[in-house]
Each structure stands twice: as structure tokens, then as C-alpha cells.
Design a protein around this ligand. Structure first.
Ligand code: SF4
Ligand code: SF4
Length: 103
């Protein structure tokens, strides 16, 4: 599992570069770029932080099927994970952040 950056959606806000604990992300020509995707350990911080859904995880065959994509939609109270499978089906899981201990 590794991140991908859809540069067409990136507005160069730099929020992902600020939150990556490994300092793997940087801006090049006002677009987010990852130094080496192999160094990403999948903490999901950048996926949750991006306001434009420009960063997502690509899933392996054992995690939702090859070609699947995992997006995050973060709001004040909820975090919604959106799984887009290669066959076109979608699943959503919403977590109430104020009741995180219940999960
Ligand atoms: S998932 Fe975590 S480690 Fe990987 S690039 Fe994003 S913030 Fe950095
Ligand atoms: S948080 Fe999203 S929009 Fe902002 S720089 Fe990173 S990828 Fe681009």
C-alpha cells in the first residue's frame, strides 16, 4: 500500500508536507511530490489532511483488490474512508472522531 498524488487536484497548499512524520513530501512547482514512495509507511496523515482529495492509497490485491483506491474525507466530527474498487463498486466507512475509543 502506498500513496499516489493526483497532481491535477493539488492546489499546493502544503498541508501534506507539514504533517508527514517522515518528511517524505515536498512541493515542486506548487504541486505535492513524494521523495520515494517506498519509504512511506502508510500512516495516512497526508491522505486525511489533503483538502482536495489529491492524495489516496493504492491498494494491493489482498486489500480490496489490485487497482483499488482509498480516500479520506475529514471533517470536524467525522472521518469517512471511501474505498473505490477496480470493478467500480464503492464502500464508505464513517468514524465519529469523538467516539474513537468505541472502534
Ligand atoms: S502516508 Fe504518512 S508516511 Fe506516507 S507520505 Fe503520507 S504522511 Fe508521509
Ligand atoms: S494537501 Fe493536497 S492540495 Fe495541499 S499540497 Fe498536499 S496534495 Fe496538494
Amino acid at each position: 500500500m502506498s500513496i499516489r498524488i493526483e497532481t491535477n487536484n493539488c492546489i499546493g497548499c502544503g498541508r501534506c508536507t507539514d504533517v508527514c512524520p517522515g518528511n517524505l513530501l515536498f512541493l515542486r512547482d506548487h504541486k505535492a511530490t513524494i521523495r520515494d514512495a517506498r519509504d512511506c509507511w502508510g500512516c495516512t496523515a497526508c491522505v486525511k489532511e489533503c483538502p482536495r482529495n489529491a492524495i489516496f492509497f493504492t491498494l494491493e490485491a489482498t486489500l480490496g483488490g489490485a487497482g483499488g483506491k482509498l480516500f479520506a474525507h475529514d471533517s470536524a466530527d467525522e472521518l469517512t474512508w471511501e474505498l473505490q474498487l477496480a470493478d467500480g463498486t464503492e464502500q464508505r466507512i464513517t468514524v465519529n472522531k469523538k467516539q474513537a475509543n468505541a472502534y
